[in-house]
Unconditional design. Structure first.
Length: 491
């Protein structure tokens, strides 16, 4: 309110032609202080506006660099923007010898690069930020840079580096009493450990969430997000949905625009796995439109394309399914984003196999298995279902058996092994336990076909009817026709 009244007084004084030099100074100070207050409350859109108004009134003195930093930081949190302000602030801060604040600006610039798929430029910025603080004593800025570096190593599935850097950040945060950074670093470590199929990572994520909640920190939003996603990776979908529902509420409470967009993308998976396909299609279209308009992160688009492709395939829309899956593969390859590469190749191989393009499908399977072997990823997550169903259409593939045998067991891996060995009833039961209704129904369709071929008509009838119940509900016409044709044979 103080800032508002100063701005009003300044406007009236200018209109009256009065001397405003002293009033300008008081107004910009009031705006800066109001911006600090809004930022402390995580009210980033308000902080951005207040800091921006202050910058417009600020002279080119040493304090302006700090104000630009705060303006860029507010823009970063409010809108996922702020490049120009952060770059100018960083350069001025370096000239002033303020390496800590310059390093924090560089970290945010790296984050923005990563969101656009520019991973090499992102890590160059992170490394530069760390170099700026190499000789500095332990500090909040140094712990923050280390933890952020850990976060993005984890996102890039560079697991060992993520864990090592994260532990350095945790140790520094504990020594300095920095709970928010400790929560942030534990989140990164937990996510990396989950990539190794180490369920101790869940404990780290739960600890991160507990610390963030106890301090009413917005870091709880990311903790909810990664905990839910990790539970899904282990095949605990209902638990994941509940955690993400709590995370959506937290993101809304903190006004975390980026967090709300991430949870909107994650909810697409819930819609798909639970059979709410029309909601999934509508929400996917909205998200893709937001990305194309520049109002949402480009890294959210792969989820929308994956879900659309997943649904188009059983509805017999093979061209549309293949287009989305191919665009997803292209994105993953260009950005070298392994988190999208595995599901993209798995689904595309299944689509190609369904279309009778077996050679191309085998190429995708071979590429996926090669990338998996060469990566630091141990966990076999939801994408193993598509991979296994693709291979079941292509014929026995010893390479897949070997890959599934070499990784730790999760519910997803156990179900994929059952599909790969044509134990479709067992696979259906496992997918039901996971909570993936589409994979359960497809396994039952395969089970019905196999049982019918073995002369077990009564069992085939039961499995086919259970598959059809789901496929009819979601308008999966391709699979409805297959199921009905098989039932006609049962008689």
């Amino acid at each position: 309110m103080v800032a508002y009244h100063y701005q009003s007084a300044l406007s009236y004084a200018r209109a009256a032609g009065q001397d405003t030099s002293r009033l300008v100074q008081e107004t910009r100070l009031a705006l800066r202080d109001a911006g600090h207050r809004a930022a402390a409350l995580n009210s980033w859109p308000v902080a951005k506006r207040l800091y921006g108004d202050a910058v417009a009134l600020w002279p080119r003195d040493p304090e302006r660099a700090r104000l630009l930093f705060h303006y860029g930081k507010a823009s970063f949190h409010a809108e996922g923007r702020g490049v120009e302000a952060l770059e100018e602030a960083r350069d001025e801060l370096l000239l002033q010898g303020n390496g800590e604040m310059a390093a924090e600006a560089e970290v945010m610039l790296g984050d923005l690069e990563f969101r656009q798929g520019n991973h090499e430029r992102a890590f160059a910025r992170f490394d530069n930020a760390l170099a700026l603080l190499a000789d500095a004593p332990p500090s909040r800025s140094k712990a923050h840079v280390l933890s952020t570096l850990s976060r993005f190593h984890s996102a890039a599935l560079e697991v060992d580096m993520a864990i090592r850097t994260g532990k350095q950040a945790v140790e520094m945060a504990e020594d300095l009493g920095l709970d928010e950074i400790r929560a942030h670093a534990l989140n990164n470590i937990g996510s990396a450990r989950v990539t190794l199929a180490d369920d101790g990572g869940i404990e780290d994520l739960e600890a991160s969430l507990a610390i963030a909640l106890a301090s009413n920190s917005p870091e709880s939003v990311r903790a909810f997000l990664n905990l839910g996603t990790s539970l899904a990776d282990f095949g605990k979908l209902q638990e994941a949905f509940m955690v993400h529902a709590m995370g959506r509420r937290a993101a809304e409470r903190f006004g975390d625009t980026a967090g709300m967009q991430w949870f909107a993308a994650e909810r697409l998976w819930e819609f798909y796995w639970s059979g709410r396909w029309e909601e999934a299609i509508t929400a996917s279209a909205v998200l893709i439109a937001e990305v194309e308009a520049g109002s949402a992160r480009s890294h959210l688009e792969p989820a929308a394309r994956l879900i659309r492709s997943w649904i188009a395939l059983p509805r017999g829309q093979l061209d549309e399914a293949l287009e989305d899956a191919t665009r997803l593969c292209d994105f993953a390859r260009q950005a070298r984003y392994l988190q999208s590469m595995f599901p993209a190749l798995a689904l595309r191989s299944r689509i190609l196999a369904s279309a009778g393009q077996h050679e191309e499908a085998r190429d995708d399977v071979a590429e996926l298995l090669r990338v998996w072997r060469q990566s630091e990823v141990s966990i076999g997550s939801f994408w193993t279902a598509d991979l296994a169903f693709a291979v079941s259409q292509l014929g026995t593939d010893e390479a897949l058996f070997a890959a599934l045998a070499d990784v730790p067991s999760t519910r997803w891996v156990e179900a994929a092994r059952a599909v790969a060995t044509a134990e479709f009833q067992q696979a259906a039961a496992l997918y039901a336990e996971i909570g993936s209704a589409p994979d359960e129904a497809l396994a039952r369709l395969h089970a019905g076909r196999r049982l019918l071929a073995g002369g077990r008509s009564s069992e085939a009838n039961a499995e086919l009817n259970r598959a059809l119940e789901f496929h009819r509900r979601v308008s999966a016409e391709r699979y409805v026709q297959e199921g009905e044709a098989l039932l006609a044979v049962v008689g």
